[in-house]
Design a protein around this ligand. Structure first.
Ligand code: ADP
Ligand code: MG
Length: 285
């Protein structure tokens, strides 16, 4: 469904140039939830923003359903973008618009008939569980409710591809779980293909089918979620794993088997406590 080949992106700033994406290639099947995990600054957001050309890649190809979107411009790019929904970490809602009006926005831009817009908004409000909040403004909503509006808005144009950039990073663990469950239900029911960016291993574990690990602009490993985390090859993957074991031990001091066995049924590696977290923090910036 999505094929990315030899993608490169360099930022040129007064301080010099920075290669944010270095020859990245991957493929995502239709209906798949594909995760990209990496620490802060790895290039995840740049990568996902290239997929809908919010960011212009320097070179490489991005095929969506067989069409190379790096070759599109003007009206054909706008048409292609309608089929790509995006969900952001900080929701990016219009504060002066109600929930209803936030969800209807992309459909207004696309000049859908008023009756069709109303029909879709009503349905989306049900899907995301916000029927009673239709007339509320974003300021009157919790973080989780705001993200539900962001999800409904991203689905409004019935996308074939959903890009999700750290959708739950601003949310507490309980809300995170309910948002991930919602995204999983949507994927199962609509068959929408999902590319999901995160720095949280739990997110990958909960809903991704496959995962790629990103480090300094490169995908350093890729595969089924279980495979990658059972046999971590890169330093970054090992750090994620150790971080999760550490977090799990912190949460559950009674259990010596910790989270990794619960998560994957795998053998657990050594946990070096504070030293490890120091290392993780250094990577995370
Ligand atoms: N618009 C920009 N101009 C210059 N540098 C940027 C820009 N956006 C991102 N970068 C740099 O590119 C690298 C990757 O950033 P980003 O894609 O945001 O990483 P991540 O989402 O994994 O945290 C970082 O070093 C960041 O500072
Ligand atoms: Mg980012």
């Amino acid at each position: 469904m999505l094929t990315v080949r030899n993608l490169r992106k360099t930022f040129v700033t007064p301080q010099g140039s920075l290669e944010a994406i270095k020859d990245v290639s991957f493929q995502v099947e239709k209906g798949e939830i594909f995760g990209v995990i990496g620490f802060s600054g790895a290039g995840k957001s740049t990568l996902i923003r290239c997929l809908n050309r919010l960011e212009e890649p320097d070179s490489g190809q991005i095929f969506i359903n067989g069409r190379d979107i790096t070759l599109l411009a003007g009206q054909s790019l706008r048409e292609a973008r309608k089929k790509i929904g995006m969900i952001f970490q900080h929701f990016n809602l219009f504060d002066s618009r109600t929930v209803w009006k936030n969800i209807s926005f992309p459909m207004e831009v696309a000049r859908l008939p008023t009756r069709e817009i109303a029909k879709r908004v009503e349905k989306l409000l049900e899907v995301v569980g916000l029927v009673d909040k239709a007339d509320a403004y974003p300021a009157q909503l919790s973080g989780g409710q705001k993200q539900r509006v962001g999800i409904a808005r991203a689905l409004a144009m019935e996308p074939e591809l959903l890009l999700i950039d750290e959708a739950t990073s601003a949310l507490d663990p309980l809300t995170t779980r309910s948002i991930l469950k919602l995204l999983q239900d949507i994927n199962r029911q609509s068959g929408v293909t999902v590319v999901l960016i995160t720095h949280e291993m739990d997110v990958v574990r909960q809903i991704c089918h496959r995962v790629a690990v990103m480090e300094e602009g490169r995908l350093v490993e890729m595969g089924d979620v279980q495979e990658v985390f059972n046999e971590p090859k890169s330093k970054t993957t090992q750090l994620f794993l150790q971080q999760m074991i550490f977090n799990s031990k912190e949460n559950d001091k009674n259990s010596s088997s910790a989270g990794i066995e619960r998560a994957f049924g795998a053998r657990s590696g050594p946990c070096e406590g504070a030293v490890l977290i120091g290392e993780v923090n250094r990577y995370a910036g």
